[in-house]
Ligand binder design. Structure first.
Ligand code: PLP
Length: 406
């Protein structure tokens, strides 16, 4: 996706609404504007029918039943509802929750909140490939563990966790399993039954739907999962989440989900090919290019790379007009190196020099070729000015140097 001066390669942050999705939404702003909770007239019935359709469309992508989808304002809310909802409902059963250090802030900050309210939270570490260890997870489980929350795919690296294995372990121990599947939903096959997933957070705007709408999948059978609602007022969404439904947004979510389902195989193959084209060009043309995270266990469209001996901020400045992110999109304003990459063992310098490049439905090979050229030229320019790079080229081992500290 390109306008005059910009190339968009930040699909993991958000996507444009697909024009076909927008067409489905438009009538629900003006013509079919009814409240889906109005039971006494056709305006309400029409809205309710559209919401039901969307619920089925969203559920079908993950092998769920429509009744198991609770619409929310997005995945941040869905993550809050899952963690707080389970912790509160099961507080008499146990107070221990397990999650991972590389989760999205919507999980980590909610975990902090649970801790302030007396829960115990274990944050599992990850390997240099970004993956959690099944052994570490098994070892962390205690009799009072009520919930395990592990993201399906990481938003910064695209690394995909062993979700089916984690689901099987949790099910065998009778522990609820939640996954933040925002990045994976509609991109890779997911089956909540085969994978023993009890709760799942998803978001419309990461699959070419509108911003401000998402959902929590809540398993209803084998076992029936109960959560305590966090927003009260009318008992919408089977009591899980009150509030007048965002009908146009939900219709858009449904249309986006259906599009994602029908085009998944083809789009995954296309985005993988594009990503691999970019990766192989960068690795071939720029020495000391480091791909962050497992290359095998990874979403098709996401690449995270670091360039040794290059200062990250200067690199981004040199890439004006190319929309990529460095570190985490949510925390990059703070200039803190990415906590996800640091958890994978990267030092501050490499974490700082990282770029997340995420391709999507409207990305072209020509765009990636021009971006590869630009990145190569900028890295070369910055390294030409770097005394460290010069020393490395002369064969000096930087680790052997005693730096004078002032
Ligand atoms: C984008 C994202 C979220 C937040 O979703 P919103 O719908 O924007 O609130 C949560 N988790 C992950 C992994 C994400 O990528």
């Amino acid at each position: 996706m390109t306008d005059q001066q910009h190339i968009y390669l930040d699909y993991a942050a958000t996507c444009p609404v697909d024009p076909a999705v927008l067409q489905h939404m438009l009538p629900f702003f003006t013509e079919h504007f009814g409240n889906a909770a109005s039971r006494t007239h056709a305006f309400g019935w029409e809205a309710e029918e559209a919401v039901s359709r969307a619920r089925a469309q969203v559920a079908a992508v993950i092998g769920a039943d429509a009744k198991e989808i609770a619409f929310t304002s997005g995945a941040t809310e869905a993550n809050n509802l899952a963690l707080k909802g389970v912790a509160e409902f099961l507080k008499d059963k146990g107070n221990h929750v397990i999650t991972v250090v590389t989760e999205h802030k919507a999980i980590l900050d909610t975990g902090k909140h649970l801790e302030r309210n007396g829960a115990e939270v274990t944050y599992l570490s990850v390997g240099s490939d970004g993956l959690v260890s099944m052994q570490a997870l098994a070892d962390a489980i205690r009799p009072e563990t009520v919930l395990v929350s592990v993201m399906f795919a990481n938003n910064e690296t695209g690394v995909v966790q062993p979700i089916a294995e984690i689901g099987a372990l949790c099910r065998s121990k009778g522990i609820m399993f939640h996954t933040d599947a925002v990045q994976a939903y509609g991109k890779v096959p997911i089956d909540v039954n085969e994978m023993n997933i009890d709760l799942m957070s998803i978001s419309a705007h990461k699959i070419y739907g509108p911003k401000g709408v998402g959902a929590l999948y809540v398993r209803r059978r084998r076992p029936r999962v109960r959560i305590a609602p966090q927003i009260h007022g009318g008992g919408h969404e089977r009591g899980n989440r009150s509030g007048t439904l965002n009908v146009p947004g939900i219709v858009g979510f449904g249309a986006a989900a259906e599009l994602a389902k029908t085009s998944m195989a083809q789009e995954a193959a296309r985005t993988l090919e594009l990503r691999e084209h970019l990766r192989t060009r960068l690795e071939a043309e720029i020495p000391d290019t480091i791909v962050n995270g497992s290359l095998e266990q990874r979403l098709p469209g996401t690449l995270n790379v670091s360039f040794a001996y290059v200062e990250g901020e200067s690199l981004l400045m040199g890439l004006k007009g190319i929309a990529v992110s460095s570190g985490s999109a949510c925390t990059s304003a703070s200039l803190e190196p990415s906590y996800v990459l640091k958890a994978m063992g990267l030092d501050d310098e490499l974490a700082h020099s990282s770029l997340r490049i995420s391709v999507g439905r409207f990305t072209t090979r020509a765009e990636l070729d021009s971006v590869a050229d630009r990145i190569r030229d900028q890295v070369e320019r910055l390294r030409a000015m770097s005394p460290l790079w010069e020393m490395v080229q002369e064969g000096i081992d930087l680790k052997s140097i005693e730096w004078a500290h002032h």
